[in-house]
Design a protein around this ligand. Structure first.
Ligand code: SAM
Ligand code: SF4
Ligand code: SF4
Length: 339
């Protein structure tokens, strides 16, 4: 039975982002800076992670409340052992229409085929530069671009839908905008530019590090003319453009300059089983203990309903209104809930 649930701003619960690990083999400065996420960092012990069975059960409860789209994320989701088994289990859940994964791509070449076989529909691969030196600095571990490009091609060959996400930071990788656009236009993959956000508490965000989407569009348009296309569906976060005279698209996710909270239908589940109503939330509500205490599906459904019901988060819209005076808040780290 579909018991669709709406929050206090009348936004339905439609998407669930599941973080399957808080660990990552990269140390992107904007997400898990090496100074903070060092060798002694207390990552979650195995027993605190939701098991595959627990994740699948929660997925099924969420789908009974209107969720149709699942995104697996992290940390780096391909670091979680036997992750394809989880994809297979989620695929069996009634009501799941779409399963996507966000990954840094470094382990994708190895796993693409088994992920596709298990039932994954799409991957979003994060890649911020095509320049080895800059990319090595950005990922904090010296990984090379070719490894990610191989992952991208393996995913496409396996039949997975592929999109590339590039987080743009002024003075860090804005010189990579055009080379990235040219390269992925040629390859026929959709590239999406993401405005650098003030997620978590450790990335030292400043507004002048954000390259606004309209600036990116102008830059690309002056070399390769673009035209807007219509949004695909309610709540689509990317504005989409097409290279004139082709079917090839790019997307822009203007989370800072054109916030889209009013249509935000995403709930987030951390690797330890806390539900978050917003990427910028300070606190999550624990669902793991109720699961382990033996609560019924109906009882957990009621908890989720009440958490979503109370939801009034619209952080990005609020930031847009008053960035300079924005009160400091303690936000969940991106590596816990996966973007
Ligand atoms: N490790 C995987 C990856 O990098 O794709 C999945 C988790 S990662 C936290 C999810 C996405 O969040 C990535 O595309 C990453 O680039 C993006 N991200 C992380 N920190 C960000 C920030 N401060 N602003 C904008 N996007 C960010
Ligand atoms: Fe890892 Fe992804 Fe965060 Fe980079 S953005 S540190 S790859 S979780
Ligand atoms: Fe959704 Fe929160 Fe982002 Fe707004 S700030 S779009 S409510 S996750």
């Amino acid at each position: 039975m579909n018991k669709q649930v709406f929050d206090s701003q009348k936004r339905p619960l439609r998407d669930l982002r599941i973080s399957v690990t808080d660990k990552c083999n990269f140390r992107c400065q904007y997400c898990m800076p090496a100074e903070i996420f060092g060798p002694d960092y207390p990552f979650l012990p195995q027993h605190k992670l939701l098991t595959f069975e627990e994740i699948t059960r929660l997925t099924s409860i969420f789908t009974s409340m209107g969720v149709e789209k699942i995104r697996i994320t992290g940390g780096e989701p391909l670091m979680r052992r036997n992750i394809a088994d989880l994809i297979g289990m989620i695929r069996e859940v009634e009501g799941v229409r779409d399963i996507a994964m966000t990954t840094n791509g470094s382990l994708l070449a190895k796993h693409a085929e088994e992920l596709k076989r298990a039932g994954l529909d799409r991957v979003t691969v994060s890649l911020d530069s095509l320049d080895d030196e800059r990319f090595g600095v950005i990922n904090g571990r010296g990984y090379r671009v070719s490894q990610i490009l191989q992952g991208i091609e393996a995913a496409a060959e396996a039949g997975l839908g592929v999109k590339i996400n590039m987080v743009v930071q002024r003075g860090v990788n804005d010189q990579d905008i055009l080379p990235m656009a040219r390269y992925f236009r040629e390859k026929g993959h959709i590239l999406r530019f993401i405005e650098f956000m003030d997620v978590g508490n450790s990335n030292g965000w400043k507004l002048d590090q954000v390259v606004p989407s309209r600036e990116i569009i102008q830059m690309i348009h002056s070399e390769m003319p673009l035209e807007p296309t219509n949004p695909n569906y309610y709540g689509e976060v990317a504005s989409r453009y097409r290279y004139v005279g082709t079917d090839q698209e790019i997307g822009l996710i203007s989370s800072v300059t054109q916030a889209f909270c009013s249509t935000c239908t995403r709930a987030r589940l951390s690797a330890e089983g806390k539900m978050y109503n917003c990427l910028f939330a300070s606190n999550g509500e624990d669902l793991r203990e109720p699961l382990r205490e033996g609560k019924s599906d109906e009882e957990i459904q009621e908890m989720i309903r009440s958490i979503w019901h109370r939801r009034d988060d619209r952080y990005s819209e609020e930031r847009l209104k008053n960035t300079p005076g924005l009160p400091k808040r303690n936000k969940v780290e991106m590596s816990h809930i996966g973007g």
